[in-house]
Unconditional design. Structure first.
Ligand code: DAH
Length: 336
C-alpha cells in the first residue's frame, strides 16, 4: 500500500468538510440528520475512515493529522447538535401551528337553548304546590260535555256557557275550555282526602289579542277534605303568590261567580307600577259538584282554583302581549 502524505490527508479532510456541510445544509428533519451523522461519524463513516488512514502516515505526521481530524470531528459533532436543536424547534412550531390549541386562552360557553318561559313557570308552580303536598294529575284535552260542563254544574242551556266559547269536535266532544274537568275525573277515581293540581292546555274560541289566545294554559288546584274553609283557600293562594312573585307584588281577592263554586272569588295581581291582572278564579267546591262525584257534602268540603299560566308569566316579566309566547321569536325567547 502506498504511504499517504499529510498533504493528501489534509486535502481529503478539506473535501470532507465541504461534503458534510453540503449534506447538512439539505437536511430537513431528524431522520435526515441521523443519516448524515451515520454517513460521516458512524463506525463505517467517512470521517472514521479517514481516522483509520492515519496509520498510513509517517509517524511524525500522525500527531498533527490526528489533531486536524479531531478538530473536524468536533466541528461536525457541534454542527449536528446545533442542527438537531433547530429541527426540534421547527417541528414544535409546526405542530403548534397545525393543532392551533392555545391552552392559555379562556374557555368559551356554548349556548344550549333553554326551557320555554311558559314551561319554566309551569314547573315552578308545580314545584311550589308539590312542596305543599299536592299531587300532579292530568286529564284529556279532548273532553266530553259531561266533564267539561255538566258535572261542573253548568247544564246545557245555562247562560254561564257563554263564558266558555268552545271548539266542538262533535255533539258530545270538545277541546276542554278549562282544566276544571280534571277535578271531576280525579274525584270520581279517588276517595277524599284529595289534594291535586293539574297543569294543562285549554282551548277557547277567542279572537287572539294582547290578552287572549285560543290556546292557553291553566293550573287547576283541588283540595277536598273534612273541615276545609275559605280561609284555608285564601292562605294557600297568599302563600303561593308570595312564593312565586316575592316582594313588591300586590294581591286583590274579590267576589265572583262560577257555577261549580259557592262562594266564588277571583284574584288579581299587580306588579310594581303595573296594572291589575286577573290570575285565577277560585272558590269552595259547590255541594252539587261533590254530590255528583259521589262525595258526601255533609262530610267533606273542598276548594279549587283555576290559574292562568300565561298571566303568571306576563306578571313576572312585565310582558304585555300574550301572543309573544307563541310566536317562537328567538329574540323574545332568549331573554328568559
Ligand atoms: N275554570 C274556571 C275558568 O276557566 C276557573 C275556575 C274558577 C277554576 C273557580 C276553579 C274554580 O277551580 O274553583 O274560568
Amino acid at each position: 500500500m502506498r504511504a499517504m502524505q499529510l498533504a493528501e490527508l489534509k486535502a481529503k479532510a478539506e473535501a470532507l468538510r465541504e461534503e458534510w456541510q453540503r449534506a447538512l445544509a439539505s437536511v430537513q428533519d431528524a431522520d435526515g440528520l441521523e443519516q448524515v451523522r451515520v454517513r460521516f461519524l458512524g463506525r463505517r463513516g467517512e470521517l472514521t475512515r479517514l481516522f483509520s488512514s492515519l496509520k498510513e502516515l509517517a509517524p511524525a505526521e500522525r500527531a498533527p493529522a490526528g489533531q486536524l481530524l479531531n478538530a473536524l470531528k468536533q466541528e461536525i459533532t457541534d454542527a449536528l447538535a446545533q442542527k438537531a436543536q433547530l429541527i426540534e424547534e421547527q417541528e414544535r412550531a409546526r405542530r403548534l401551528a397545525a393543532e392551533r390549541y392555545d391552552f392559555t386562552l379562556p374557555g368559551k360557553w356554548r349556548p344550549l337553548g333553554h326551557l320555554h318561559p311558559l314551561t319554566q313557570v309551569r314547573l315552578e308552580i308545580e314545584d311550589i304546590f308539590m312542596r305543599m303536598g299536592f299531587d300532579v294529575a292530568s286529564g284529556p284535552e279532548v273532553e266530553d260535555d259531561y266533564h267539561n260542563f255538566e258535572a261542573l254544574n253548568i247544564p246545557e242551556d245555562h247562560p254561564a256557557r257563554d263564558e266558555w266559547d268552545s271548539f266542538y269536535i262533535d255533539e258530545r266532544l270538545l277541546l276542554r275550555t278549562h282544566t276544571s274537568p280534571v277535578q271531576i275525573r280525579v274525584m270520581k277515581s279517588r276517595k277524599p282526602p284529595v289534594r291535586i293540581i293539574c297543569p294543562g292546555r285549554c282551548y277557547r274560541r277567542d279572537n287572539p289579542d294582547a290578552t287572549h289566545s285560543p290556546v292557553f294554559h291553566q293550573v287547576e288546584l283541588l283540595w277536598v277534605e273534612r273541615g276545609l274553609t275559605m280561609a284555608n283557600l285564601k292562605w294557600i293562594i297568599e302563600e303561593f303568590v308570595r312564593r312565586f312573585f316575592g316582594p313588591g307584588y300586590e294581591m286583590r281577592f274579590s267576589a265572583d261567580f262560577f257555577p261549580f263554586t259557592e262562594p266564588s272569588a277571583q284574584v288579581h295581581i299587580r306588579r310594581p307600577r303595573g296594572e291589575w291582572l286577573e290570575i285565577m278564579g277560585a272558590g269552595m267546591v259547590d255541594p252539587a259538584v261533590l254530590a255528583e262525584v259521589g262525595y258526601d257534602p255533609e262530610e267533606v268540603t273542598g276548594f279549587a282554583f283555576g290559574l292562568g299560566i300565561e298571566r303568571m308569566a306576563m306578571l313576572r316579566w312585565g310582558i304585555e302581549d300574550i301572543r309573544l309566547f307563541y310566536q317562537n321569536d328567538i329574540r323574545f325567547l332568549s331573554q328568559f
